[in-house]
Design a binder for this molecule. Sequence first.
Ligand code: GNR
Ligand code: NI
Length: 172
Amino acid sequence: MTIKPIIILPDPILRQVSAPIERVDTDLQKLADDMLETMYDAPGIGLAAIQIGIPRRMLVIDVSREGDPREPLVFINPEIIASSDERSVYEEGCLSIPDYYAEVERPAKVTVKSLDRDGKEIVTEADGLLATCLQHEIDHLNGVLFIDHISRLKREMVIKKFTKAAKSGGKL
Ligand code: GNR
Ligand code: NI
């Protein structure tokens, strides 16, 4: 198991659209385990493969409470097949945009079809934090960041700050 470096805004890699996974083999399972280890180390509640520079449609999530047993989830080629009209607002953050948080409104419930770590087709009905996190991660697979769901003024301020920080050697 290996902790991988997480790619930070404004790296254009984050805007790539990830490609579907064709085979769930041991190499892919190893990648899933590395992603989980990277996510737990960060720490975060989700991670998309593109955040460690791999443009493949896979993400990991664990929304269990701190102190409770871990509940690692792996989603391969996830697709939202239904979403509720009901909306909910969460304060979101992103490991690729450290220390920035903003409220985002999204469907409160989603149904997601995917493959699990064993390559078996699963359907997940999610609400609450899991629903928000799944949508945040699936956005990453399409090159979309949570700041794309806030006002243009706020988004441009965040991008400017991170662009400056990258130019000055990563210091904020
Ligand atoms: O760790 C994370 N927390 C979080 C909080 C609210 C909504 C979404 C998230 S996902 C984020 C980890 C991350 O950047 N995943 O891509
Ligand atoms: Ni994120």
